[in-house]
Design a protein around this ligand. Structure first.
Ligand SMILES: NC(=O)c1ccc[n+]([C@@H]2O[C@H](COP(=O)([O-])OP(=O)(O)OC[C@H]3O[C@@H](n4cnc5c(N)ncnc54)[C@H](OP(=O)(O)O)[C@@H]3O)[C@@H](O)[C@H]2O)c1
Length: 272
């Protein structure tokens, strides 16, 4: 099976273009899920403090024979831990739960503009980064206004902005903003949480002999995005990574344009 392409972040660290999302993956399922993913070729795992499964992810990774250096672990700071000191403590607690010496990527989970703390939180992220315990740092669910405010005082430009992005919610303007600032865009809910009812996607699936999920994930890849689909089923975990042996052409890609309803499936970062 062709390998997952790597994307170079703005600090030179490389991240696989496809990884496994772990939101709502139960601790009891983690060994099976991680084993299936590693065997299928996944090397990127996306967790968060709030998911409650950092410890079971760390245990599952330690059980595997894949070297730590080949694995890319992302975790995220939860909202009520924002603030300089709280962030430093929350990061150490995440590392301890994961049982790791470092993470590959640490993200501010939501901007939480009503708390007005993401600028000082970012200063703590920069300290963590300089200390070498996070190979890259970034944000999640940040819009242009949040990023502009953060960039006004930042010494380190975020490597990634992880945002809701799927064919129904394509976020073209925010992707352009990220790109213009050297920030890679990562798609959460890349499958719109499993909604594949669209006839355009079904027709492309028939044309390419692929499943609708594979068509949608390939669309993310063609757009240069980093996607982190979730599944708790080994067969689907394998299905979702089997997308590097075909390509969508310009006509196929154009068909997606009409699918953008500009409607989120998840919360709005301005108010959440
Ligand atoms: N930063 C943030 O604020 C944020 C927010 C949300 C999510 N995320 C991250 O992004 C990851 C992915 O997003 P998500 O979990 O919301 O949704 P998603 O990956 O878009 O969709 C997951 C759903 O699709 C189903 N599915 C997966 N593969 C399938 C396939 N091949 N065929 C049919 N159904 C399939 C899964 O069901 P089964 O499990 O039953 O297969 C699950 O119900 C999360 O796990 C998390 O790591 C981040």
């Amino acid at each position: 099976m062709p390998a997952v392409p790597m994307i170079a972040l703005n600090n030179g660290v490389e991240i696989p273009q496809l990884g496994l999302g772990l939101w709502q993956i139960a601790n009891a399922d983690m060994p099976k899920v991680v084993e299936a993913a590693l065997n299928a070729g996944y090397r990127l795992f996306d967790t968060a403090a709030i998911y409650g499964n950092e410890a079971s992810l760390g245990q599952a990774l330690r059980r595997s024979s894949v070297p730590r250096s080949e694995i890319f672990v992302t975790t995220k700071l939860w909202n009520d831990e924002q603030g300089y000191e709280r962030t430093l403590n929350a990061f150490e607690a995440s590392l301890a739960r994961l049982g790791l010496d470092y993470v590959d990527l640490y993200l501010i989970h939501w901007p939480q503009p009503m708390r007005n703390k993401y600028v000082e939180t970012w200063q703590a992220f920069e300290k963590i980064y300089r200390g070498g315990k996070a190979r890259a740092i970034g944000v999640s669910n940040f819009g242009p206004a949040h990023l502009e405010r953060l960039l006004a005082t930042a010494n380190v430009v975020p490597s990634i902005n992880q945002i809701e992005l799927n064919p129904q919610f394509q976020q073209t303007a925010l992707c352009a903003f990220d790109r213009a600032h050297g920030i890679a865009t990562q798609s959460w809910s890349p499958l719109a949480r499993g909604d594949f009812s669209d006839p355009v996607v079904e027709a492309l699936a028939r044309k390419h002999g692929k499943t609708p999920a594979q068509i949608v994930l390939r669309w993310h890849i063609e757009r240069g995005l980093i996607a982190i689909p979730r599944s708790s089923h080994p067969a689907r975990i394998r299905e979702n990574i089997a997308i590097f042996d075909f390509a969508l052409d310009a006509d196929d890609m154009a068909k997606f344009t009409a699918l953008d309803t500009a409607r989120r499936t998840g919360p709005d970062p301005a108010t959440f």
